[in-house]
Design a protein around this ligand. Structure first.
Ligand code: ZN
Length: 501
């Protein structure tokens, strides 16, 4: 490795260390910080953010980056050096093109929008939120124009969450899936057999839920010497480096499944972060590819593995043991069906595998229209409700169960939603390839063993860090482009069988 690349890496490591420290402050804020702590914590975070942004976008960083780029100009496109500098260049461009003034205005508006959104949601009145949403859309448009875009302005925002992805690639994937999922959901709820979930309506000891959660974490291969699990209002995963990747969950006595599946989901995220290449620590490569790839990991574990029949054949006896007398009349198969029950609901985060993406399409279509100006903020509730009627056949009773349910837009995170469905599509593609390479995986799941799947993921996905874009990674791993085939097949077979279609 040449001296210029070395000098650049040293500079970049400082930026990573600042960001890791920032993540620790945010994690603490969500878990242990006392209520009044926010008064000084907000200042800590905003000051460190400023330093980190300044460090990255400084002329010194740029000249070291340019030096390293010219030094490695002849390297193979897929070499670590070239991949590392491409990843760094992407981050640098995104951060440096947006003016500091706009960053501050966005942060200020988003913090106002957050409290306005809470009030609007509580009162179930979109009118309260409409004005500030319109401001957010305006600021996001300015941001997109500063970053630059070719096809659609929306693409600049999408790229912040899914680097190098465009709506031109996503649109046909989503349209294809929509034409399949709308009739499937209608079929299941219309003529499918009944799935009984009555036995889930009981109180389940939180201590036993916790014990079960840790049993699953250990089985999945989550390294507790490099991580921990705490409680927070909304479950999340945060990584300071592959040496310290933390997850959170939340327990509720009357819901056995909520903590359980949130634990499996977050663990899927955490396994990815723990598996990033340690020999690339503090370089631009020791990062996940994108939100879509991250979500492909969490959803593969949660849905394809965690909601599978072999998984419950193995773990249901443990559940019965941990909650004595509560599930004696239930057999593993009934439990398997219950955890896969399909229901047309209003709330995205409570949705099952079949209807989940329909919730995403609605948000994706609305935010694209907001960004191209064909929809104004004030018209969001009508557009929202009309799409719920069309895709799900249900009519949201009010704004709080409708267009005010998600916090994303209040945070200025336009372009985030499609990564959830990309994650679902990719999870099926990756898993299909994993069992083709290692056919023992489903049998191992039935014995509570996940080392085969994890080592496949480590080798094929986690270990590359951010060397490839999501499209490059899929092509490399699966030998095809992103496509909905494996996901459709997976849903069709699984739910066709459960609902006897
Ligand atoms: Zn997730």
């Amino acid at each position: 490795m040449g001296p210029k690349l070395e000098a650049f890496k040293k500079r970049w490591a400082e930026y990573e260390i600042l960001n890791q420290t920032l993540s620790l402050l945010s994690w603490d804020m969500e878990t242990y910080m006392p209520e009044e702590g926010i008064k000084s914590r907000a200042e800590h975070i905003s000051y460190l953010n400023e330093i980190s942004h300044g460090h990255l976008t400084s002329s010194k960083t740029l000249s070291l980056l340019e030096g390293a780029e010219s030094e490695t100009a002849g390297h193979d496109y897929y070499s670590d050096e070239a991949g590392m500098l491409r990843a760094a260049r992407r981050v640098f461009e995104k951060e440096s093109r947006v003016s500091e003034d706009l960053v501050k205005r966005l942060a200020r508006t988003a913090s106002i929008a957050n409290s306005v959104w809470i009030k609007a949601r509580r009162e179930s009145d979109f009118g309260i939120f409409s004005g500030v949403l319109s401001e957010i859309v305006g600021l996001c448009s300015e941001k997109a124009d500063m970053i630059g875009w070719e096809g659609r302005r929306y693409d600049a925002l999408l790229d912040l969450h899914e680097p190098c992805m465009t709506s031109a690639v996503i649109d046909p994937l989503f349209e294809d899936l929509k034409s399949f999922l709308v009739p499937l959901a209608a079929d299941i709820t219309g003529r499918g057999r009944q799935v009984n979930t009555d036995f889930l309506a009981q109180n389940f000891s939180i201590k036993s839920q916790e014990e079960f959660g840790f049993m699953i974490l250990a089985a999945m291969g989550y390294d507790l010497k490099r991580g921990r699990q705490d409680i927070s209002a909304h479950p999340f995963t945060t990584s300071f480096s592959p040496y310290d990747v933390r997850i959170t969950t939340r327990y509720s006595e009357d819901s056995l499944l909520s903590a359980l599946f949130s634990t499996v989901h977050e663990c899927g995220h955490a396994l990815y972060d723990q598996g990033l290449p340690l020999d690339k620590l503090n370089t631009p490569l020791c990062q996940p590819v994108s939100l879509g790839i991250h979500e492909s990991q969490s959803r593969m574990w949660e849905n394809i593995v965690g909601r599978s029949r072999p998984f419950w054949n193995h773990f249901f006896p443990e559940v019965r043991r941990l909650f004595p007398g509560q599930l004696d009349d239930v057999d593993p198969d009934s439990f398997y069906r219950a955890v896969n029950r399909v229901e047309k609901g209003f709330i995205r985060v409570e949705a099952d595998e079949v209807t989940y993406n329909l919730h995403v399409f609605i948000r994706y279509e609305i935010e694209k229209s907001l960004m191209d100006g064909s929809l104004s903020a004030g018209d969001v509730p009508d557009a929202w409700n009309e799409k719920y009627r069309r895709y799900l056949g249900i009519n949201p009773p009010d704004d709080s169960a409708g267009c005010l349910q998600d916090i994303h837009w209040a945070h200025g995170a336009i372009g985030y939603f499609p990564t959830y469905t990309l994650g679902n599509i990719l999870a099926a593609q990756f898993y299909g390839k994993a069992i083709e390479d290692a056919p023992a995986i489903p049998g191992e799941t039935g014995r509570g063993i996940f080392s085969g799947l994890l080592s496949w993921l480590r080798k094929n996905i986690h270990g590359h860090g951010s060397k490839f874009t999501s499209e490059e990674l899929v092509r490399r791993v699966c030998g095809t482009d992103m496509n909905t085939g494996p996901y459709r097949k997976y849903l069709e077979e699984k739910y066709g069988e459960i609902y006897e279609l």
